[in-house]
Structure formats: C-alpha cells, structure tokens
Design a binder for this molecule. Sequence first.
Ligand SMILES: Nc1ncnc2c1ncn2[C@@H]1O[C@H](COP(=O)(O)OP(=O)(O)OP(=O)(O)O)[C@@H](O)[C@H]1O
Ligand SMILES: [Mg+2]
Length: 487
Amino acid sequence: MRASSPPPDPEQIPGTTQRPPDFFPAPTGSSPAPPRPDEPSVATVKQLIETIAIPRLSLSVEREAGKVSSRTVHYDGDTCRIGAHSSNDLVLTDPAVSRFHCRLVLEDTGWRVRDWSSSNGTKLDGVRIRDADLVGDATLGLGDSIVRVRAVAPAEEELIPMVPAFGQLAGTSLPMRKLFGLLEKIARSDINVLIEGESGTGKELVANEIVQRSLRADAPFVVVDCGAITPSLVESELFGHVRGSFTGADRDRIGAFEAADGGTVFLDEVGELALDLQPKLLRAIEALEIRRVGDARTRTVNVRVVGATNRDLEREVNRGRFREDLYFRLAVMAVRVPPLRERLEDLMILIRVFLQALGAPEEERLFTPEILAEMSCHDWPGNVRELRNYVERTVVLQKAGPTLRRASGAPPGGASPAGVSAPFKIAKDAAVDAFERSYLAALLEAAGNNMSKAARMAGMDRMHLHRLVQKHGLRGGGVPGVLGTDR
Ligand SMILES: Nc1ncnc2c1ncn2[C@@H]1O[C@H](COP(=O)(O)OP(=O)(O)OP(=O)(O)O)[C@@H](O)[C@H]1O
Ligand SMILES: [Mg+2]
C-alpha cells in the first residue's frame, strides 16, 4: 500500500470536499484532544481498562429447512444476526429464510428479537412479530426452520477502555467505550469501513477519526455526499468525465476517486446511491479501476473507501435496493454508532464539550439536576446534533427550554417556543425552526421517506431539502411517531 501526496492542483469537484487542514475544527478549551501518535493507545493502557462479561446466548436449531436438526451454537456478544447468508452469526440453510432474516439484540431491558424485513417473517412462540421481548426459553420460527433461544451464563470477558473521548468523539458510556476500542483496532488497518447509525449520531466524526489515525492520514481525503448530488451527476462526481460527454461538460474533470488517489474517499450517505450506479462503484472498489464518463480508457486508482449511512444496508439488501456484493465490499468492517437514547450517560460530558466549544463553560449552571432529569426522558431523535442545538439554544436564551419529543404537535407558525421573554429575532428563528421541522417530518412521511418524491411534492430543490433534513436530523432513525423508522 502506498500513500502518495495530494495531487498538485486538485480540481474542485461539485458535491465533494477536498479536506482542508481544519476539516474538523479542533475543540476549544479543555475539550478532549485527539491522542498523538506517540501517546499510549487505549488498547495498551492497562490501568484504564475495565473488564465486563460478554453476554451469551444458546441457539439450538431444532428444524432446518423442514428437516429435524439438533445442532446447538453459542453466540457471545450483544447483537446476534440470523439468516441464510454465511456472514450471519447463526446461518440457516433454508431457502425460506432471508439473507439477513432477524436479529437478537441485548438492550437495557433484556434481549429482543427483531425481524429484519425478511420475506417470510419471524415468529416468536408461534406469533408473527416485528420486534418483541425474548423471555426465558423462546422458540423462533424462521421460514421452515425452528430455533430455540435462551440466555446462558457468560463464558468470556471483554476489556473495555476507560477513556472519556476518542479524538473529537466524546463519551464515557459503555457503548461508546466499546466503539472507541473497536475504532482503535481498525483505524490503522487499510480495510474499507462502513459506518452505520441514525442521523446526528456522529458518523462523520467517526470517519474523520478513522482517517486521521490511518496510514493514509497525510494523503488526500475526499468527501462525497452521495445523498446531496443530483442523481444524473453522481457518476461524474465519483469517476470524472471527459469534455463533451454530456450537456454542460465543457472540459475534462477528474472525479473523487482520482482526486483521492493514494488516500481515502469518504462516501457519505452511500445508501442513497442508485442501483444502476452500484456496479460501477463495485468495480472501482474491487478492481481499483475507474472510467471517466465518456472516456474509453480505464484508470487505476489506489483508494481506501470509508462509507456512512443512516439506512440499514442489510435491510436494503433484503429489499433489493442495495447490491449484496457491494455491501460486503463496503462493509469489510461495519461500525454502528449508537443513538443517543442508548447512551444517556453521555449527556453531561457532551454538554460540557459543547459549552467549551461555545466558550461558555460556566453556563453548565443552566443544566440543573431537574433539567438533566428531563433531558434523560427525551428520546433525542436528532441524536447528538439535536443535543448540540439544544445546548446552544439554552445558552442563547439563558434558560433550558422543553426538550420537545417530536415536531408534529407544534402547529406550523404557531406560538413561538421561545415566548415573549426572548428577543424577537431569537423567537422568530425558533418559530421558523419548529415550522421547518414539523413540515419536513410530515412531508417525508407523506413521501414514504423518498427524498426525490418529497422534493417534488414540496417544489424544492432536492439538495436544499437534503440539507434541511440533515439540519433537523429527521431521516434514517426517523422521528418516533412521525416517520416510519427505517432501522
Ligand atoms: N461523540 C461526540 N462527541 C462530540 N460531538 C459529537 C459526537 N457525536 C456527534 N457530535 C457532533 O454532533 C454533530 C453531528 O455529528 P455528525 O455530523 O458526525 O453526525 P452524522 O451521524 O454524520 O449525521 P448525519 O447522518 O445527519 O450526516 C456534529 O456537530 C458533531 O460534531
Ligand atoms: Mg453525516
């Protein structure tokens, strides 16, 4: 593997960003600073490690594809994937079982079983379910197979780093510390990584930390927001074009893969990529070969691909919207960034980080125990981005407002959430904000979460809509009670 210097004068590619040195501004004050390469890594500082038991499930396959079976496997971890594809934790050889059929997920309240948009559904003790608690000995019916599941005593332990941050990613909760341990391991490898998580969970920060610690850290890092580019231009953005290849192509232009040669391409919102383009991306990743639009010759490139998505790509594969072969090329390693509601212990440290960044650490006084208790009851559909906005609003208004659970209850253009005690501009901005959120949530629901359709319905430019949806953290994880959740 080689890491070449950035091209001398890379052309600006619309929809892509050549990383400037301050791509992510350094946190101010005493915010957690990224570890230097000569610092001991989180994996080597023994005194900063906690040992926790790894949960264990016993899975007995009693019937497989209609035939009696008696194999038992043990699964150690907190997300057990079951399906016909060989990458699952429990593989069922049954044509009636989907590739990624269902998941057993350990939550605070115990194990749950979730159907993963399978074709034939999942049954729990004979009843078809989408998402249900697993209590005691449970019998799962998948296709023509039956699996008996029960939680058993843990057999292994895991070492979890006790660190408050990983570069710019703050968090002391167990899910975040587990994530930091994983990122530490994969950062120095050269494999392709897929970062999955709801909107606003910090996927872009994760991508940045991976790249900054990789062997390609000093090589080009090109960001392509696949969800924000007009579909007809995506191919040209990724692979470039030659003059005259389409209307408006008045000169040759290199694409993101060539601009990133020797370095990394970050494909943000890669789940939005149209099916007809996916074989071309697969070829670029697999053969490291690209062809500019309208060009006869192929060119070789040397890039690492980091992708991010707020869709669940295994579900998209089941639904036929994402190619399985491309998924596995992108997700050589899949990293899930947990939603904020699964790590509410991180609220305080994140509040401090945002107050530091605002240069207002003393305003921590606004976050009284009562306010923190209320914040802990909120489900944060917009995740860390929503929390950052909330902290900023609280500092501006000098008062912590209600953490609105969702937007649909607030009538568009209704009373200002800030009330008359706030200055007019702030009150107006808050009202416009509430209107945007409410309108977009209803629009996306009406359009079945299809961005192109939503843009048409609203008479808006798709890119503008995309930006607004990102700003309000409305897509992907969905807003409970407003949007159909996709995860
Ligand atoms: N663990 C964290 N510590 C500090 N700041 C965070 C953390 N996670 C997210 N943020 C901040 O929250 C905001 C949203 O993060 P980011 O853009 O990385 O989310 P995302 O998952 O890429 O969202 P989207 O799916 O909408 O693109 C950013 O301002 C980021 O700096
Ligand atoms: Mg992002």
